[in-house]
Design a protein around this ligand. Structure first.
Ligand code: FAD
Length: 388
């Protein structure tokens, strides 16, 4: 497969911006109306996700050995949209029709065959993993809300209990949907797995956000939500071995980091952990009680709060990573970073400039980008998702 050719043709298509998903979905829904029900009623946010992901994945098919784990996860995860094997050819047809439309004369039989082969490979992995997952886990779990606490105006902490055990690794995220909203978003359990199977979710309502607003403002104890298979390996502890850790969290990025702290506590390995947790103002440390309790209980844990907008220094924004770098040299540690895309982007740049290596930096942003695989080698491109 000529990956360079696939990538080059994809970049020509992607240059058409919003027109590309618009054409893709119109083609898909016209030819296969039965696929419409798999997508949200309001397609605005959906538009760029699937098509961007498809284009990236297929045009990186030469790195299939690295993509494979991600595609397997994605295939199993897509069962939550009621995607079945017969839908994959429909999506493939719409993708090829979209490419043909935007590539004009560049689209040749040869190139069509390259794209068809690449998509065929990707969909085969996804279909097979979805089938394999059938015997292991349900497409989604119904979960009851056991506790719903509004900690700040826009942040709620939910404790939920899935009807069957939902196994996950600290640092992963799970798909969450509300029965009244046909959309899924990822949220990161803020706990290590518990004997009673409950999960703690920290949700910030995004202005105009379909799912987060519902979870923060429109849910109560006793309501049911839906959860989907855990995804992600960017923030899991295994690549860090038994190294000491520096943890940088901001906003609800604290959720997966809290799960990591709980995991370290459970493993009782004696590693040292320094945690820097940031918020825009003092009143936004929505989980300070738990953090203080952890700091008091675990002698291996040192906590520093970083207030982003200090009223005493108006206009000056203090970044979590800058504070940590000013406090010490952590280059012997593995660093885990979670927060908004901006916070994560800033942290990774600052740490890299300060001499930290890509292999010791593990990060995940909560932003608008699609959920992508991790590229672990220093030379690999990081354009599949990058920071989210
Ligand atoms: C792997 C992963 C884990 C995540 N874990 C958490 C978590 O534990 N807690 C949590 O609160 N959130 C988390 N998020 C973000 C979450 O998945 C949603 O993106 C967010 O709640 C907004 O969803 P929505 O449906 O309410 O907004 P949408 O309806 O999708 O979007 C509404 C508007 O908000 C913008 N927008 C969407 N997402 C964001 C964002 N994250 N920041 C700023 N603007 C945005 C959109 O561009 C749009 O304009 C995570 C995201 C990822 C990718």
């Amino acid at each position: 497969m000529d990956a360079a050719r696939l990538k080059q043709s994809w970049s020509l298509v992607a240059a058409h911006g919003d027109q590309v998903p618009l054409y893709f979905y119109s083609t898909l829904f016209l030819a296969h109306p039965e696929t419409r029900q798999m997508f949200p009623t309001n397609m605005a946010g959906q538009r760029d996700r699937l098509v961007t992901a498809l284009g990236h994945i297929v045009s990186h098919v030469d790195q299939v050995e690295r993509l494979v784990g991600f595609l397997q996860e994605l295939g199993a995860d897509h069962r939550k949209f009621a995607v079945r094997a017969e839908h994959y050819p429909a999506v493939g047809e719409a993708l090829l029709a979209t490419l043909r439309h935007f590539l004009g004369e560049v689209w040749t039989e040869d190139l069509a065959a390259e794209w068809a082969a690449a998509y065929g490979l990707v969909s085969k992995v996804m279909v097979e993993s979805a089938q394999a997952a059938e015997s292991v886990s349900p497409p989604w779990w119904v979960a009851e809300i056991l506790a719903h606490e509004r900690r700040t105006f826009d942040v709620a902490v939910l404790t939920v209990r899935p009807q069957y055990l939902l196994p996950f690794t600290p640092g992963q995220s799970v798909g969450v949907s509300h029965p009244s909203v046909r959309s899924w978003r990822y949220y990161s359990p803020a706990n290590a797995p518990r004997p009673d199977g409950t999960l703690e979710l920290h949700v910030r309502a995004t202005p105009g956000g379909v799912v987060s607003s519902r979870l923060v403002y429109g849910c109560a104890v006793g309501d049911q939500i839906h959860l989907a298979s855990p995804v992600g390996d960017r923030l899991t502890l295994w690549p860090a071995g038994s190294a000491d850790l520096l943890l940088l969290a901001a906003g609800t990025g604290w959720a997966p980091v809290k799960a990591l702290v709980e995991q370290v506590a459970a493993e009782n390995s004696g590693r040292r952990v320094d945690l820097y947790v940031g918020a825009r103002s003092r009143s936004e440390f929505y989980d300070a009680e738990s953090i203080d309790k952890m700091a008091a209980s675990y002698p291996w844990l040192t906590v520093t709060y970083v207030v982003g907008a200090d009223p005493l220094r108006p206009g000056e924004v203090v970044q979590v990573a800058d504070r940590a770098l000013a406090d010490g040299d952590w280059r012997a540690r593995h660093v885990f970073v979670c927060g908004s895309d901006e916070m994560v982007g800033h942290s990774v740049s600052a740490l890299t400039r300060a001499g930290y290596q890509a292999g010791q930096l593990h990060h995940e942003g909560f932003g608008k980008y699609w959920y992508g695989p991790t590229w672990r080698t220093a030379t690999a491109p990081d354009d599949l998702g990058g920071v989210r």
